[in-house]
Design a binder for this molecule. Structure first.
Ligand code: 13P
Length: 255
C-alpha cells in the first residue's frame, strides 16, 4: 500500500456558518497562510450563498471551493433546492454528499445519496461522499457492514471513469462535533475497509489511487497523527475549519 500514489485532500465543511462577507474576510486571511502548500488539495465547502464570494476571494490562490449538498434533478419544481449546473456555474468544484447531518435531519437515504452522486458527477462536480456508523452500530459490531453498504449503494451505476472524481470521507457519526475523535487506528481500519470495498467494486488499481478522508473532531492537535496513517488520505473538518490558524495547522500536517 503506497500512500504517495494518492492525493491528500484537506477539506473544510463549514456547515451553516459564515455569511458572504465573513467568507471573503476568511479567505483573504487564509490564502497567504496556506500559499505554496501544494502537497494536498485545499478545499472549503461552504453554504450555497457563500460560494460565489468564496470563488471570487479564492481566485489566484490554491484554495478550491465546494458546496455542501446538491439536488439530483437537473432542474424543475424542487423549491429550495440547488442543481449541479447552478453550482458549476458559480465556480464550485466539489460537493459534499450524504453527510450524516443530511441523513439524520433531512431524511437523506442511501438511495437519494446515490442519485445525488450521479447528478453531481454528470454535472461536472467532484464528490466528497460521506459514510459512517452511529455509536450504536459501532457498539453492535456492524461498522464494516454499515460503511460497506453506504459505499456500495452510493456508488451504484458510477463508472470507473467517474470514480476518479469521487473521494470518500469516513465520518463516524459519534465523532462529529462531539470532541470525541476516532483513534488513529480506528480511522485507519475503517478507511482501509472502504478502500477494500472500492477494490471489490472496481479494481485494485482504482482502490490504490482512491482518496479516503477521515472526519470527526479532527483538529490542530490530532491531525498529524490521524494523517500519518496509511489509509487516511486527508480530512473533512467541521469546527476547526472555521478558524484560519487551526485549519492551517491541519494543512501543514498534510505536507
Ligand atoms: P467536526 O470536525 O466539527 O467534528 O465536524 C466533522 C464533520 O462533520 C465534517 O463534515
Amino acid at each position: 500500500m503506497n500512500k504517495a500514489t494518492r492525493r491528500t485532500v484537506i477539506a473544510g465543511n463549514w456547515k451553516m456558518n459564515m455569511t458572504p462577507s465573513q467568507t471573503k474576510e476568511f479567505i483573504k486571511e487564509l490564502a497567504p497562510m496556506v500559499a505554496g502548500k501544494d502537497d494536498c488539495d485545499i478545499v472549503l465547502c461552504v453554504p450555497f450563498v457563500d460560494i460565489a464570494p468564496a470563488v471570487e476571494a479564492a481566485k489566484g490562490t490554491n484554495i478550491k471551493v465546494g458546496a455542501e449538498n446538491v439536488h439530483f434533478a437537473k432542474n424543475g419544481a424542487y423549491t429550495g433546492e440547488i442543481s449541479a449546473e447552478m453550482l458549476n456555474e458559480c465556480g464550485a468544484e466539489y460537493v459534499v454528499i450524504g453527510h450524516s447531518e443530511r441523513r439524520q435531519y433531512f431524511g437523506e437515504t442511501n438511495e437519494t445519496v446515490n442519485q445525488r452522486v450521479k447528478a453531481a458527477l454528470e454535472g461536472g462536480l467532484k464528490v466528497i461522499l460521506c459514510v459512517g456508523e452511529l455509536l450504536a452500530e459501532r457498539e453492535q459490531g456492524i461498522t464494516e457492514e454499515i460503511v460497506s453498504l453506504q459505499t456500495k449503494i452510493a456508488l451504484l451505476d458510477v463508472t470507473a471513469e467517474q470514480l476518479k472524481n469521487v473521494i470518500i470521507a469516513y465520518e463516524p457519526v459519534w465523532a462529529i462535533g462531539t470532541g470525541k475523535t476516532a483513534t488513529p487506528e480506528q480511522a485507519d481500519e475503517v478507511c482501509g475497509i472502504i478502500r477494500g470495498v472500492i477494490a471489490k467494486l472496481y479494481s485494485a488499481e482504482a482502490a490504490e489511487a482512491f482518496t479516503v478522508q477521515y472526519g470527526g473532531s479532527m483538529n490542530a492537535k490530532n491531525a498529524a497523527e490521524l494523517l500519518s496513517k496509511v489509509n487516511v488520505d486527508g480530512g473533512l473538518i467541521g469546527g476547526a475549519s472555521l478558524k484560519t490558524a487551526d485549519f492551517t495547522v491541519i494543512v501543514d500536517a498534510a505536507q
